[in-house]
Design a protein around this ligand. Structure first.
Ligand code: GRF
Length: 209
């Protein structure tokens, strides 16, 4: 990839898409050399699709009910992403496990963000589970996705202290603020070719932060 070519990002989101927004903003401010080229959702009413529309980004609701298996659903996602010549897939609150056909199609080019310090508290309720466990520190993890549930090699993490009176909402709000910094940063490192995967470890090459 030449230094001038922008990384084409495809974002998959099921919900409000505030991470998508942070990534779009970073692209538009040109603080990262990337463009969101397509947004896909498994939920017709996902606000993420509206955000894409506002920014004139191609966006599609891909209804899982129209597919006989997870694999066939994933194949359709691959088809649309490939049609848009996507270099990097960003899972931003996409509430589905990706099948191996998808992970292999975009080998080492799928990232996920999780609202806890993995490997603690994987799954749908990372914030709530950490709070209920009584941890004093939680945080954010950006990682490459594999077939497992939040199990892929970790790219970046940031710790967030849990406060005495935190609710799931207040803690998630602070976690979100860190997410908006971390996800664009991970995309920037990827676009600069500074992420090197060695087994479970992701090395950040010199000049990366
Ligand atoms: C984020 O907290 C992310 O860590 C988790 O899902 C949430 C998505 O939020 N995977 P949003 O849709 O980006 O606002």
């Amino acid at each position: 990839m030449s230094a001038t070519k922008k990384v084409k990002v495809g974002v998959l989101a099921s919900g409000s898409g505030t991470n998508l927004q942070a990534i779009i903003d970073a692209c538009e401010k040109e603080s990262i050399s990337a463009e969101v080229a397509v947004v896909l959702s498994d939920k017709e009413d996902a606000y993420a699709l509206k955000r894409a529309e506002k920014h004139k980004i191609p966006h599609f609701f891909v209804n899982p009910k129209n597919f006989s298996s997870r694999e066939n659903y994933n194949k359709e996602l691959i088809r649309i992403l490939s049609e848009h010549e996507i270099d990097l897939v960003i899972l931003a609150g996409f509430m589905r496990l990706m099948s191996s056909v998808f992970i292999q199609a975009f080998q080492n080019r799928v990232m996920n963000i999780h609202p806890a310090l993995l490997p603690s508290f994987p799954g749908t309720h990372g914030v709530r589970d950490a709070l209920e466990y009584g941890v004093k520190v939680s945080g954010v993890t950006v990682h490459f996705a594999d077939e497992g549930l939040d199990t892929g090699p970790i790219i970046l993490q940031e710790a967030i202290p849990v406060l005495e009176n935190d609710t799931e909402e207040t803690l998630h709000n602070r976690i979100h603020q860190a997410e908006y910094r971390l996800y664009p940063k991970a995309i920037k490192l990827f676009s600069e070719g500074k992420l090197k995967i060695e087994g479970r470890k992701v090395k950040i090459l010199e000049g990366g932060s």
